[in-house]
Design a protein around this ligand. Structure first.
Ligand code: ATP
Ligand code: MG
Ligand code: ZN
Length: 506
């Protein structure tokens, strides 16, 4: 007997359709798999056999041949347990073959026949539905909400192999989907109202969020850099539908727990440690090509704390994704393009002792130079905002009046973004020189300041563009008009500390 079951594989954050053909026939008992199965397919085979037997279902002691189609790419066994089991049961007459036709199957089996969550269910289901819009996905309980996001019609739940067999063979009704409460509730976001003082850094966070400007915070230990950075996601607007789905696809593919309902509305926050490997950061690895931190942060914030401690190769590898908003990974048998549009925030001490400023710093000039060399490089170029974070004064720390809450700041951010969008360009951080001339003309007062900075060699051509982009965002936040005024330029210059004078990178 021959049975054919529809399923899918995962490559990066994208699904690829796989059809599993199972033939059970005469000949010596055996189990052969063809069609480029990888090692994990063998594991799937062993799990399927155990699950079928523990469920008390008949295992065909005959010649079993499984073909994974199309042959063109290597198949991973992840998620193929369920379709493989169903295929074997159909090809050996336990389930009528024609009952499989309306469905596609994704799921991992426990040895006891229970179904388990599969990473990448959302992209896999999306791929199948794209190719065959009418098919009804059958997925494990924990994958139901993400599957429902990508499928408008029916999605069915498989709880155990035995229950599924009784649905397909005996016509028992499908089990109900679980209540949403099974999923973990979202933790509270840290709020900006807890930060004392730090007016400039607070404003820089707001500007970063409004104009999508990457932000570097530098300052002595304990000044509150990490604390401030953690409050950036709370200033970002909720993700729009498109980005929320993209973020869900990435997080699903990485096997990260999804929020209730599946869609990722809260901007992600990722803070990889500086010991994170290159693959952990940008993605790749085995044949499945897993998404890395920069993709997991898609739509949200990537925080690199202690920036100078990251190996240069890792920082270098971030340049392409930061530029293009996608990661491209290619391996011998697979290519993947994974979304990676992130707001980057870095934090660093200005020198090994952390003091950084003349009089506060005990480092030798060579030690200082060496430390900064690790940081300097093309990645630094990406930071439109470079802000010095000094230690708050005792008065500020003891002041028990709460600061402005994140929700209020976020409203301003949303309004500023709307202003930027209405001009028909992308976020202000992406404005080209020509676009700046159009949307950020300088007032006479602003021109005088800028000229002075240029004349004194404190601003380069590229630096000028950066300052104008930031000034545009500051003006948008202030509800301002078309012209960039002196105030906005001065504020933008303050958010661009100069290494030469402070020990901070220019
Ligand atoms: N402005 C502030 N308002 C309120 N609390 C603060 C402030 N600055 C620092 N703190 C307190 O000090 C702690 C340490 O700050 P944080 O870890 O953010 O410093 P840091 O600049 O990241 O230091 P390091 O360079 O050592 O990483 C915070 O968890 C917070 O409790
Ligand atoms: Mg810190
Ligand atoms: Zn020092």
């Amino acid at each position: 007997m021959l049975a054919s079951v529809r399923s899918a594989n995962l490559v990066g954050t994208t699904g690829r359709c796989v059809t599993i053909e199972v033939h059970v026939g005469d000949g010596l008992p055996g189990f052969t798999m063809v069609g480029l199965p990888d090692e994990t397919c063998r594991e799937a085979r062993d799990r399927v056999r155990a699950a079928i037997l523990t469920c008390g279902l008949p295992w065909p002691n005959r010649r079993i041949t499984v073909n994974f189609a199309p042959a063109g790419f290597r198949k991973s066994g992840i998620g193929l347990d369920l379709p493989l089991a169903v295929g074997i049961l159909a090809a050996s007459d336990t389930i009528p073959v024609d009952r499989l036709q309306p469905y596609c199957f994704i799921g991992e089996l426990g040895l006891d026949g229970a179904l388990r969550r599969v990473p990448g269910a959302a992209p896999m289901v999306a791929a199948i539905r794209h190719e065959s819009p009418g098919l009804v996905p059958v997925v494990p309980v924990e994958n139901v909400s993400e599957a429902r996001v990508v499928v408008e019609g029916r999605v069915e739940v498989a709880t155990t192999l035995l229950d599924l067999v009784s649905v397909l063979r005996d016509g028992t009704p499908w089990p109900d989907a679980p209540p949403e409460a099974v999923l973990a509730p979202l933790a509270a976001e840290p709020d900006l109202s807890e930060v004392r003082g730090q007016p400039l850094a607070r404003e820089a966070l707001e500007v970063a969020a409004a104009g999508h400007h990457h932000l570097l915070l530098s300052g002595p230990p304990g000044a509150g850099k990490t604390m401030l950075a953690q409050r950036l996601p709370g200033l970002l607007p909720r993700l729009d539908d498109h980005t929320a789905i993209e973020a869900m696809m990435v997080q699903s593919a990485a096997g990260v727990a999804l929020p209730p309902g599946g869609l990722v509305r809260r901007p992600p926050w990722r803070a990889p440690h500086h010991t994170a490997s290159l693959i952990a950061m940008v993605g790749g690895g085995s044949s499945a090509l897993k998404p890395g931190e920069v993709s997991l942060a898609h739509g949200g914030t990537l925080f690199l704390d202690e920036l100078g401690e990251f190996p240069p190769v890792v920082l270098d590898a971030l340049r392409q994704p930061l530029e293009e908003g996608v990661v491209r990974v290619s391996r011998a048998r697979a290519n993947a393009e994974m979304p990676a549009r992130v707001l980057l925030i870095g934090a660093t001490n200005p020198c090994p002792c952390g003091g950084g400023r003349p009089g506060e710093c005990s480092c030798s000039e060579t030690a200082k130079a060496k430390y900064l060399r690790r940081l300097s490089g093309p990645l630094l170029d990406r930071f439109d905002l470079r802000v010095w974070v000094g230690r708050p004064s005792p008065e500020q720390l003891l002041d028990d009046r709460p600061g402005e809450p994140s929700a209020v700041v976020r409203e301003r951010v949303i309004a500023a973004r709307e202003r930027a969008t209405s001009r028909g360009h992308g976020p202000n951080s992406t404005l080209s020189g020509a676009a700046l001339d159009e949307v950020a003309p300088l007032s006479a007062g602003a021109l005088v300041i800028v000229r002075n900075e240029l004349d004194r060699g404190r601003l380069s051509g590229r630096g000028l563009h950066r300052v104008r982009r930031v000034a545009r965002t500051i003006a948008d936040l202030r509800g301002g008009g078309e012209m960039i005024g002196a105030d906005e330029i001065l504020m933008a210059l303050q958010m661009r500390v100069d290494l030469a004078s402070t020990g901070v990178i220019a």
